[in-house]
Design a protein around this ligand. Structure first.
Ligand code: NDP
Length: 422
């Protein structure tokens, strides 16, 4: 008999496996095993009007190879098929040498916008002539980020719609996502500009179009590793290219194409305590920057028949700040993942997004998405209709054979199962 696969183990056995393979400390495994809720003190101080806690499972994608390093990637997600698909992609990509990633730069952008200025051209020239002063204001507004080697790098000033004076601030936030750092600097600069020029401060805030933190991941695949039971690998590869081309010219498809990518991206962003709304806003604005909403990935065949995939996605990820230092489960997730800086974390997340896209496209262009989802959906349905732990397995076995996978069928099968067991 072969050893059971990781997904076939019980949760306790999975934790023991991770400890035995030195991926997780015994203390962290014990923490996850106990599933302790947040203390009232932490939960109550994180948000306004806190009335309870909300649970989601943490899972792991095994052995994701990125830039030659192997990661156990934590994911927090409610959708049953996401981790299975990510694991499937990680395995295919491992056979092909892993993902390559890079983040060329890591800066955040802020916008300071003033209106009601008597002469916009004069105002624009004043900003151009007073860059040093504004740099000093920024340093004084957030001295600690300057000490850490970051802070305001550049100011671009433009007149927008003959109405608005816009200062676009490029800011190095080091290991933080940086929303608070950027907002603090923006507000200080806005006050200075208004003091000197008059007008009204309309807004001064970070933009989530974090195009200064674009991360690229690529993978090159031997088509043979993509073969399914029905289709040869080179056919799967060609269809993946075609499906991506279709997403480039069909907005309804592009939206779903990108949603599949975000299935993986958001799950890691959430597990690592980052702001997934910021990542979503950044990703979709990047996809729409040409004026036509585009897929975030591209897939192309090389002359030798190999399939090359690439994702470009803004990932303003932090290793500090926000809830990262507060939530104990997030800290365990970081210790499992073992990334050492924000750039490395962004690379892993981009790789997961590209892998998620590969798994989804491969399934779509071959067996269709439902086949792989069926067993997982059946399990969710079994739980939803009230199956107990011992009833789930036999009920799922029946449901995957059923003509209609729905609540009525699941309820009827469960009643039958209970009747048979009486
Ligand atoms: P924080 O203000 O929570 O944390 C950043 C702080 O961490 C820095 O100011 C710095 O403070 C400290 N720090 C410690 N080590 C480092 C390091 N190596 N590099 C950089 N900073 C370090 O978070 P952010 O400014 O990152 O803001 C993120 C939060 O803002 C998230 O919770 C997000 O949800 C929220 N937010 C998002 C918005 C958006 O996306 N539009 C808008 C508003 C808020 P010190 O130097 O003093 O130690």
């Amino acid at each position: 008999m072969t050893d059971p696969k990781f997904y076939q183990l019980t949760r306790t056995e999975r934790l023991a496996w991770l400890v035995a393979h030195e991926q997780l400390s015994a203390e962290d495994a014990a923490f996850l095993a106990q599933q302790q809720p947040l203390s009232d003190e932490i939960a109550g101080s994180m948000i306004e009007n806190q009335i309870g806690q909300y649970q989601l499972p943490i899972g792991v994608v095994q052995d994701v190879v990125v830039n030659g390093q192997t990661y156990q990637v934590p994911m927090v997600v409610e959708e049953p098929s996401v981790i299975a698909a990510a694991n499937n992609a990680a395995k295919m990509v491992r056979l092909n040498g892993g993902f390559q990633t890079h983040q060329q730069q890591r800066t955040m952008l802020g916008e300071v916008v003033l209106t009601d200025l008597p002469d916009l051209k004069v105002a624009q020239n004043w900003v151009l002539a007073n860059q040093d002063l504004l740099m000093q204001i920024a340093q004084a507004a957030h001295p600690s980020i300057v000490k850490r080697g970051g802070g305001l790098l550049a100011i671009k000033v433009t007149v927008v719609d003959q109405t608005f004076l816009k200062l676009a601030l490029t800011i190095d936030t080091q290991e933080a996502m940086g929303a608070n750092i950027v907002n603090t600097i923006c507000e200080a600069i806005a006050r200075e500009v208004q003091n000197d020029l008059g007008g009204t401060i309309l807004l001064s805030v970070l933009t989530n179009a974090a195009f200064g933190a674009v991360t690229v991941a690529t993978v090159t695949l031997d088509p043979a590793t993509l073969a399914t039971k029905q289709l040869a690998g080179n056919v799967v590869a060609q269809r993946i290219v075609q499906a991506t081309r279709f997403a480039q010219v069909d907005l309804p498809r592009a939206a779903t194409h990108n949603k599949g990518i975000m299935n993986g991206v958001d799950a890691v962003v959430l597990a690592t305590g980052n702001d997934w709304r910021a990542i979503e806003a950044g990703a979709h604005s990047y996809a729409a920057q040409s004026g036509q909403y585009q897929p975030l990935t591209s897939w192309q065949l090389e002359a030798d028949g190999r399939l090359v995939g690439r994702i470009e996605i803004p990932l303003p990820i932090g290793m500090v700040g926000g809830s990262i230092g507060i939530l104990p489960a997030v800290q365990v997730a970081h210790r499992l993942l073992k990334v050492t800086n924000a750039c490395e974390l962004a690379g892993v997340i981009a790789a997961i997004g590209l892998g998620q896209n590969l798994a989804a496209l491969r399934a779509l262009v071959s067996d269709g998405i439902q086949k792989g989802h069926m067993a997982l959906q059946a399990k969710s349905l079994a739980i939803a209709v009230g199956a107990t732990e011992t009833e789930i397995e036999p009920l799922v076995a029946q449901l995957v054979q059923a003509k209609h996978l729905n609540t009525a069928t699941a309820t009827a099968f469960l009643a039958q199962l209970r009747h048979n067991n009486e």
